[in-house]
Design a protein around this ligand. Sequence first.
Ligand SMILES: C[S@@+](CC[C@H](N)C(=O)[O-])C[C@H]1O[C@@H](n2cnc3c(N)ncnc32)[C@H](O)[C@@H]1O
Length: 357
Amino acid sequence: MARFGRQKQRLAEAANGRSRWTERPLSSPHPFVTVALLVVALFQQSQFLGQIALAKTINGGGQKAVESSSKTTVAGGGFEDDSTVTPPATASAATTDPEIALAKPTTGGSLKEVESSSKPPPSTATQPETITAPATASTATSKNWWEKPQPLLLDWPDLPVRNDIHQYLELLKLKRGAEVGVQKGLLARKTLKTWKSCEEYVLIDLWGNEAGYIEPGPDTNAYKQAHLSNARRILKPYENITHFYVMRSTDAAKKLKKGSFDYVYIDARHDYCAVAEDIEHYWPTLRPGGIMAGHDFVDAQYAIDRLGPVEDWSKCEDGSHQPRAVRGAVEDFAKEHNLNIKTTQEGFPTWLIQKPY
Ligand SMILES: C[S@@+](CC[C@H](N)C(=O)[O-])C[C@H]1O[C@@H](n2cnc3c(N)ncnc32)[C@H](O)[C@@H]1O
């Protein structure tokens, strides 16, 4: 109250025209000085408070920036679980994780694939389903080729030599076969030794001289008859399933039931015309899905180069010249009927064609 009284008095003095600076004694400050000091003090305090406020804003903003940066990483990374959130620096370090860095080039997959494969397995409740479902599905669709209702020749494994064919005739449990051109019966014996499921094997050969056809060895009937005797003898163990047709191949074909054979092997004359004729005659005897095969999938020059001029397969019975020989006849037939040719991998390969189902 005393202070207010003094101020009142000073104001009254001022109102009477007296200067505060001159009239005021030196021991007590002039009111203007007091006010000025107060103003300065207030200004300094407000500056100090402003600095505090500014500092708070900067710190708060910085924190906010880090948070928003983390959020960006989360969204970009596609993670749904915040527990996997990592600040940008750590996130980029994650790509140099040795497991990922190693897995990336090895698998050739994307980083996403590596990440998902390195994820923990699903819960044990879903795990058996995940494992058993594809296994069951693949079992259902991956029957062995020979167990399928309509096995395909295309599915047969590679055949290094023609004797490898027989194991598949047996595996497929085929029943009826024919060999066109039997000679001494050597191939027939090999075939039947392995093909134990065979119930009928028809052996077709002229076993005699034929105009325009020369084989190595004496070109005499006696010699050809000796071949027949040899064939009968070595095939004696199979006499209950073998039938001999001593005649021209084309004549024998007419005696055979159409669509009844699982397997026919063509190995009589080797000129283009005769092979084409034999294929045409025996194709109808095959059942759908049956296999036709034959020896010497080569051309005439190839045979001459290796066997000598006596095996000239370029000449047809009618005198025409067909250098493509066996190979040409088989290729033309396959092309005409849009069929695939499989071959063994020998110097004189066997060819195989499947009759469509
Ligand atoms: C290469 S040999 C057969 C070899 C036999 N496939 C083997 O691998 O043991 C050819 C045979 O075909 C016979 N042949 C040739 N022309 C024939 C024809 N038009 N009809 C029937 N057989 C024929 C011959 O008599 C001869 O025995």
